[in-house]
Write a protein that binds this ligand. Structure first.
Ligand SMILES: Nc1ncnc2c1ncn2[C@@H]1O[C@H](COP(=O)(O)OP(=O)(O)O)[C@@H](O)[C@H]1O
Ligand SMILES: O=C(O)C1=C[C@@H](OP(=O)(O)O)[C@@H](O)[C@H](O)C1
Ligand SMILES: [Mg+2]
Length: 197
């Protein structure tokens, strides 16, 4: 595991509101000695508006346009520095947009933090900072409708109700395995191309 993770890479954390993308992302970046970017925070910085304000003024469609543009800027920025680990916490809806998934796949690895709805509900219900968490029933419908998109991430980690520290270790383990499998594919492809026809 150490060898595989002794390199660098770009990691995008994916998952529903409250699964811990922001919290776990910060700790993961620290653990890897890398840097951390929160997409929602970047959106707020670049528009000068808080997320609920953006939803109120532009609607969800307007928010998604801004989110996509800021994601593209972040991807361009990340690609400039291949020397260290860079961890990005996405918003809960970012990875449900096909163009965003394509941009992400081009430059990095995506990890779905899979947490049961019941656990998320204890964290988010009553939190006024997430405009798309309208009621428990609406949030559950949205959660179910998004799982197929989240499942397209490169790696899925069953975080469940684990505390952030444990979740970080589980992510590192899954990431090391995934990087190993990517290297095997690459080595096998090299072997094939080196074989005489
Ligand atoms: N693994 C965890 N265990 C317990 N609480 C958590 C965990 N991950 C996040 N939280 C808490 O849940 C809330 C939402 O976390 P956050 O990181 O903002 O999620 P996201 O960015 O995925 O919406 C915060 O109050 C955070 O402290
Ligand atoms: O699920 C969503 O569509 C959203 C999730 C939020 O981010 P978190 O998942 O970090 O709460 C934020 O991007 C915005 O409120 C929309
Ligand atoms: Mg977040």
């Amino acid at each position: 595991m150490r060898t595989a993770l002794n390199t660098s890479g770009i990691v995008f954390l994916v998952g529903f509101m409250g699964c811990g993308k922001t919290t776990i992302g910060q700790r993961l970046a620290k653990r890897l000695g890398g840097c951390f970017i929160d997409l929602d925070e970047r959106i707020t910085q670049s528009t000068g508006r808080a997320i609920p304000e953006l939803f109120q003024q532009e609607g969800e469609a307007g928010f998604r346009q801004v989110e996509q543009a800021v994601l593209r800027q972040v991807c361009a920025e990340l690609a400039q520095d291949p020397t260290r680990w860079q961890i990005v916490a996405l918003g809960g809806g970012t990875f449900t947009v096909a163009e965003n998934r394509a941009d992400i796949r081009r430059i990095g690895c995506s990890i779905w933090l899979d947490v049961p709805f019941e656990v998320l509900a204890t964290r988010i219900a009553g939190d006024g900072s997430r405009p798309l968490w309208k009621s428990l029933a609406d949030a559950q419908k949205l959660y179910e409708s998004r799982r197929a998109a989240y499942a397209q991430a490169d790696i899925g980690v069953l975080v469940g109700a684990s505390p952030p520290g444990e979740a970080v270790e589980a992510i590192l383990h899954a990431l090391a395995l995934w990087m190993g499998s990517q290297n095997n594919v690459r080595n096998n492809l090299n072997d094939l191309t080196e074989q005489p026809l």
